[in-house]
Design a protein around this ligand. Structure first.
Ligand code: GLU
Length: 421
């Protein structure tokens, strides 16, 4: 059970980024306070009985930061050390991300304090159903729509959807209660790959603006989960040389370029990159210091801080993860002329395709994978270009540009709705 009460790294990063943006935009105090605090911060106690016949207590959290632009949207993080503050910070990030990528959602997030990979599939299904039952009144197509995040996946979303339709005695839910479901139960083709693919669309758009040829560039990827593995595969397919990949077991490194499909197959069998043949093996943290052109942090938050930012050799950082850089790291990297593709832009492909799934569910017509991929590519490139052009015209860093545009959009929504309770 989690006992951390201090403000977490993720929340302090999100808050600091927001408060600086509010200052730049000269928002009034009431508005600043309104968006600094979430609309709802909920703590749940789950007591599922596992297949061993024992009760296993878990803490869980839901935070709805904003629903100004639509129902709160954001994934369920299942990690042992997730805190209510982390979930709060991540929910705030979702508010900016949905606004920036232009989908009619607010920001939300959930957390379940459990190390997902220690559970058997049966125990995980029971835990997910227990969470759904406890959280049911906070979840709905007009309230909060969860999705996968670290530690949760398509199968879990299928169980949530089943649990909700089961409780109403119907075969399907009335509207979209959760995205990232298996395609067979109403999910959308291409959702699983959407975040990683979106990351690479923004990288290619950056190369276009910076007049770089992706075929000349080397890449290091931190994290080989759903985001990191797809991003590594796609960037290699685009012609880049992926020289380093890391997960919690270590970094595998080959200056000539790793075979990413072979690494992917290896990880399906062995779970971790450790001992992947024909590569050098280094500690996990080494990936951040790799000699490369592009670094994709696609793992946990607060990975690049004031302690290691000066060791980053990459010239472009694409934030596949949420809040992988602290504000102090931002400053150091900015001084070192590192070009940043900020998280709320870089990894927004997942929630964009979640929006397509949300609309697909009310239209009862399956979108083709080609349609999903082309809409994803168009939206990522369009938004990247808008943020880049704005950053250039205002002479401000990419993070500031993305945050300015996102916060302005939410404020416009607040003003359009009116300030009555
Ligand atoms: N967990 C993902 C994120 O952080 C996806 C959220 C969603 O699709 O709702 O963006």
């Amino acid at each position: 059970m989690n006992t951390k009460t201090v403000q977490s790294g993720i929340l302090s990063t999100s808050l600091q980024n927001y408060l600086e943006t509010a200052k730049r935009l000269k928002l009034d105090d009431a508005l600043i306070a309104r968006l600094a605090t979430p609309k709802e911060r909920i703590e749940l106690s789950l007591m599922p009985v596992f297949p061993d016949g024992q009760v296993h207590p878990f803490k869980a959290f839901i935070v709805r930061h904003s629903d100004t632009l639509g129902p709160s949207k954001g994934g369920i993080r299942m990690t042992a050390d997730v805190t209510l503050d982390d979930v709060n910070g991540l929910a705030m990030e979702m508010t900016w991300k949905t606004a920036l990528i232009g989908v009619p959602f607010g920001g939300g997030k959930s957390g379940i304090c459990c190390e997902a990979h220690t559970l058997t599939p049966a125990a995980k299904e029971i835990l997910i159903r227990s969470f759904t039952r406890a959280a049911h009144r906070h979840i709905g197509p007009e309230i909060y729509v969860p999705a996968p995040d670290m530690g949760t996946n398509q199968a879990d979303m299928g169980h949530i959807s089943d649990c909700i339709s089961y409780s109403s005695g119907t075969s399907i839910t009335h509207g979209c209660f959760v995205t990232g479901k298996p395609v067979i139960t109403g999910g959308i083709l291409g959702r699983k790959e959407a975040t990683g693919r979106g990351v690479v669309h923004t990288i290619l758009a950056a190369c276009e603006k910076l007049k770089l040829d992706i075929q000349d560039l080397t890449v290091a990827v931190q994290g080989f989960g759903n985001v990191g593995s797809v991003a590594a595969m796609e960037v290699a397919r685009a012609g880049a040389r992926v020289v380093a990949v890391a997960d919690i077991s270590g970094t595998v490194y080959d200056p000539k370029g790793l075979d990413i499909s072979a690494l992917d197959k290896y990880c399906q069998q062995h779970e971790y990159v450790k001992d992947f043949p024909n590569a050098q093996h280094l500690p996990s943290s080494a990936v951040l210091e790799t000699d490369c052109d592009i670094l994709i942090p696609a793992a946990a938050g607060s990975q690049i801080t004031q302690d290691n930012a000066h060791k980053v050799k990459a010239k472009i950082i694409a934030e596949g993860a949420n809040a992988p850089l602290t504000p102090q790291a931002d400053e150091i990297l900015e001084k070192n002329n590192v070009f940043l593709i900020p998280d709320i832009l870089c990894n927004a492909g997942g929630v964009f395709v979640s929006y397509l799934e949300y609309t697909q569910e009310t239209q009862h017509e399956q979108m083709t994978v080609e349609a999903v991929e082309s809409r994803l590519a168009q939206r990522m490139v369009k938004r990247f270009n808008e943020v880049y052009d704005y950053a250039q015209s205002e002479k401000i860093p990419m993070r500031h540009a993305a945050m300015n545009l996102a916060v302005k959009t939410v404020v416009e929504g607040i003003n359009a709705r009116g300030l009555h309770p």
